[in-house]
Ligand binder design. Structure first.
Ligand code: PLP
Length: 353
């Protein structure tokens, strides 16, 4: 049980507006290791970022036990997701993705003229692998399959065995993009796609970000891991020098800060426990915690709930198509979660929740 008071104070000084629990940003702020590294290199802003990029890629290669040729850096993982779509797209190709999920990939695919096939979640809100496979089988051309693990907005992990069996079938006709933006928060049942790529998978791209557990969403740092040939194809889609020098230094510093991730995870669990206890007390269903947000039932509709929370100075997640009556709540600090819990209890007393 560590105290978060110093981070909470730091946070209070930057966030003067409402409590933003709607974008899955890290409530602990930027790691001090990253901040110090950036300050130390401030005088280099007039230099191009090439050597800092090489240094980060070298560090990431050893961190993930892959070669540097298996890594591509992007201005956030949103950018490497675009490189993946652009590299994989071909004539008559479709993108198959769950609905709902983190859906910017659909926009990237549409911009390339691809057909987008959205596959609703199962009744248990799990990614429907069988139905996605059926969508691939029903299409006459190649498919790109996007899977988000854990999924945003549900926070549910992909089912291990069916996904492993499916990934083993990857080919030029069946390519995969696996988005593990929240993987650092996931529980022990999480199966990363990393070993598949380490073992030579050629048609799967894994994307990762420094925006979530690593606390640097505003700096924009993300990357993908794939086979060298796939990385080269993605690099051909990238713009030149697309890296911000300070994002590179910040990312390299936090990778060496072994205490940070433990602290981010432990804060998340502590914050999650407060909300889970409240949801239990209120008899509101919720999905297991594997990310920096929790997906839970509310009474009534999302828009009214969001407005009531906003009036209380708290911003919560948007409506997800097909999942009316569920709210995605970003986990803040334990103190912030007490504030949310209090407001939920107040709404219950008024018969609103
Ligand atoms: N993937 C998922 C599942 C996300 O939720 C997000 C952002 O919320 C991203 C990717 C993109 O993050 P970034 O571009 O900041 O790396």
């Amino acid at each position: 049980n560590f105290s978060l008071s110093s981070q909470e104070q730091a946070q209070a000084t930057v966030s003067k507006g409402p409590l933003a629990l709607n974008f899955n940003e890290n409530p602990l702020g930027m790691p001090s290791s990253a901040r110090e590294a950036i300050m130390q290199h401030m005088g280099e802003a007039h230099l191009y970022p090439d050597s800092a990029r090489q240094a980060l890629l070298k560090r990431l290669a050893s961190y993930h036990c892959v070669s540097q040729e298996q890594l591509i850096y992007g201005n956030g993982s949103s950018e490497v997701l675009k490189f993946a779509i652009d590299a994989m797209a071909s004539a008559h190709c479709q993108l198959v993705m769950p609905k709902p999920t983190f859906d910017i990939v659909a926009d990237y695919a549409k911009a390339r003229g691809l057909k987008v096939t959205e596959v609703p979640l199962t009744a248990e809100l799990q990614t429907d692998i069988a139905a996605m496979q059926a969508a691939v089988a029903a299409h006459s051309g190649p498919s790109i399959v996007y899977l988000c693990n854990p999924n945003n907005p549900t926070g549910l992990l992909l089912p291990k065995a069916p996904v492993a069996q499916w990934l083993a079938k990857a080919s030029p006709e069946l390519q995969f993009i696996i988005d593990e933006a929240y993987g650092e928060y996931a529980g022990s049942d999480f199966q990363s796609a990393l070993p598949f790529i380490q073992n030579g998978q050629k048609h799967t791209v894994l994307t990762k970000t420094f925006s979530k557990a690593w606390g640097m969403a505003g700096l924009r740092a993300g990357y993908a891991i794939a086979a060298p040939e796939m990385i080269a194809a993605m690099q051909a889609q990238a713009s030149f020098d697309n890296a911000n020098l300070f994002a590179l230094y910040g990312a390299a510093a936090v990778l060496d800060d072994s205490a940070w991730l433990a602290q981010a995870r432990s804060n998340n669990l502590e914050a999650g426990a407060i909300i889970i206890a409240t949801l239990k007390q209120l008899g509101l269903d919720y999905l297991p915690l594997n990310a920096s947000f929790i997906f839970h039932r509310i009474k009534g509709n999302n828009e009214d709930y969001r407005k009531r929370m906003q009036q209380a100075g708290i911003l919560v997640g948007r409506t997800f198509p097909g999942l009316e009556g569920w709210n995605r709540l970003t986990l803040g600090t334990p103190m912030q979660m007490q504030q949310v819990a209090k407001e939920m209890q107040r709404q219950r007393l008024e018969g609103l929740l």
